[in-house]
Design a protein around this ligand. Structure first.
Ligand code: ADP
Length: 430
């Protein structure tokens, strides 16, 4: 069916071109009532300026934009907003179109990040470009949006850019949900860590208190038998035997608690060191963001695979990183950085190092930080690092700490996935 026939069927063409007017009106109506915010913009002058740069011999346009950031602001004067629909005016906090068109330059200042996308799409002849940016509305709101624009195909004449349509969607709600999800994830990991520590501490206290009470009462009895005018050494010996039995009972309970902390069978799977770090970073990044802490990861490509339980290794990194965040927050460190690195340590081990820019670990504290229940924090349990040490050592690795002079540095090594287990001569690389 021809376009005319199609329009005739819809009653839009009556042979003298009135149908096209009707079509124009329909487009205008759709533009106005669309629930999506639409801006109509004239980029022909900008396109001309971009064409001139290319004609001037620039072959690497991306590089040109990086070297000449003022270009974005220079060409701004060639750009005009021609129209905005109702939804766009609402989004930007304007009652009437005229005021917006007068103030649009202030409301939509040149944004190098978004503009660069349009410029690059122009140069590459791409017909679509899109991105995210933040709008500062007239009524003082900061609104994150997703935007998209269609561009003319091919190496177009600048005039083809005289009416570009930009579509925008407010993603405030989406961002809020994303933030809430990230916070929930971080809280879950923190809660998981605390509940394991809490569970351990609660059962340890409960189980061990019974033999301790019995040790104390037998010791008191022995003292009484000893302090008689004629000490009854037989009874003292009986009390001492009972003390020994209760002590052994307590040791057995602690042994059981240790195997509980290990959570049964050791899972042994080859893992990429970068995956362990990526998992852990995902879990701490929200807390890091909240505490204005930057996390940088540095590791060579193709590190050999290590053996371990993914969740446990992730917990080790998360524990160490949380300690770093807390130490920097407590010391009110002006610049808060965590560097996570991994490197091969000979052919058999990979070493992970987590360094922070906090107050560091004082000499008298350093030798004690892996002791169970040792903590310098008011609400600290002092179990995090001792559990980390157990996890790492059970895997045949080592965990150690140092004060770098500019902060604390915690490292642990884990064995490379055994070449024998992989049936090859070389360490496994995933
Ligand atoms: P907790 O966090 O409950 O105190 P941990 O076993 O995780 O227990 O840590 C023990 C102690 O080690 C902390 O109380 C703190 O004194 C010290 N520590 C651990 N990490 C750091 C760090 N990054 N900077 C300074 N001190 C640290």
């Amino acid at each position: 069916m021809s376009e005319d026939e199609h329009l005739q069927r819809r009653g839009m063409v009556n042979g003298d071109g009135e149908g096209y007017l009707a079509m124009e009106r329909l487009h205008a109506d759709l533009f106005e009532i669309s629930p999506i915010s639409i801006l109509c913009e004239d980029w022909s002058g900008v396109k001309q300026a971009v064409d001139e740069v290319i004609a001037g011999g620039v072959t690497d346009f991306d590089r040109f934009l990086e070297d000449n950031p003022q270009f974005f602001f220079d060409v701004r004067r060639f750009h005009r907003i021609l129209d905005a629909n109702r939804s766009a005016l609402d989004l930007l906090g304007f009652r009437d179109k005229e005021t917006f068109l007068q103030e649009s330059r202030v409301r939509l200042p040149a944004n190098p990040a978004s503009n660069a996308q349009v410029f690059k799409a122009m140069v590459r002849g791409k017909t679509v470009c899109q991105g995210e940016r933040v709008l500062h509305t007239k009524d003082g709101r900061v609104v994150p949006i997703l935007w998209r624009a269609s561009l003319p195909p091919g190496p177009a004449d600048p005039q083809a850019y005289s009416r570009l349509y930009f579509f925008a969607v407010d993603v405030t709600e989406l961002k809020r949900v994303q933030e809430a999800l990230m916070a929930a994830q971080a809280n879950l990991s923190h809660a998981g860590r605390l509940s394991l520590v809490g569970e351990l501490a609660a059962s340890l206290t409960h189980e061990v208190s019974q033999p301790l009470v019995s040790i104390a009462s037998h010791a008191a009895a022995a003292t009484r038998w000893l302090s008689r005018e004629t000490p009854n050494l037989g009874e003292v010996a009986t009390s001492l035997n009972r003390i020994t039995a209760s002590t052994q009972h307590a040791v057995r309970i602690i042994g059981k608690m240790r195997s509980f902390a290990r959570r049964g069978e050791l899972v042994t799977e080859p893992m990429k060191p970068q995956d362990c770090i990526a998992d852990a970073v995902t879990l701490v990044e929200h807390e890091a963001y909240r505490q204005k802490t930057r996390i940088a990861v540095d590791m060579p490509a193709n590190l050999p695979a290590i053996v371990g339980d993914r969740t446990q290794i992730q917990q080790v990194i998360v524990n160490i990183a949380y300690n770093a965040i807390q130490a920097m927050q407590a010391a009110n460190a002006p610049e808060r950085r965590i560097a996570i690195a991994a490197a091969a340590d000979g052919p058999d081990f990979v070493t992970f190092t987590i360094t922070d820019s906090g107050p560091g670990i004082p000499d008298d504290v350093l030798p004690r930080i892996f002791e169970p229940f040792f903590s310098t924090k008011q609400e600290g349990m002092g179990l995090g690092l001792s559990i980390c040490k157990t996890i790492v050592e059970e895997r045949g690795g080592r965990l150690w700490a140092a004060d770098s002079g500019q902060g604390a540095s915690l490292s642990f090594s884990l064995p490379v996935a055994s070449a024998a287990a992989e049936g090859v001569d070389q360490p496994a690389v995933l």
